[in-house]
Design a protein around this ligand. Sequence first.
Ligand SMILES: [Zn+2]
Length: 97
Amino acid sequence: MTTTGFPKLIARYLTVGTATVEVAETGPRDDNGFGRDTVSTCTGCRTVETDRWNTTSYSFSGEPIHRSVTEAATNAEARSRQWAQRHAESCRAMPLD
Ligand SMILES: [Zn+2]
């Protein structure tokens, strides 16, 4: 199990309080990537938002929908970037460091 280089930073947003929201992936987007996450952390207010890489979801009629780890990670990245952008626009907590 190689996890060298992880968590890997994939995006950073500047908040209105001059802190940053760091978006990172907990592991590589490979076949062993089930259950990994994209994690967004605000260095100002310390809020952490976790988005699990869901490779299975269910349709309205209950049928399972399977997707690749890469697709699940791409979806999680899109949601995480949206969350980080919204948080950065409103968070006024300043980093103490
Ligand atoms: Zn914040």
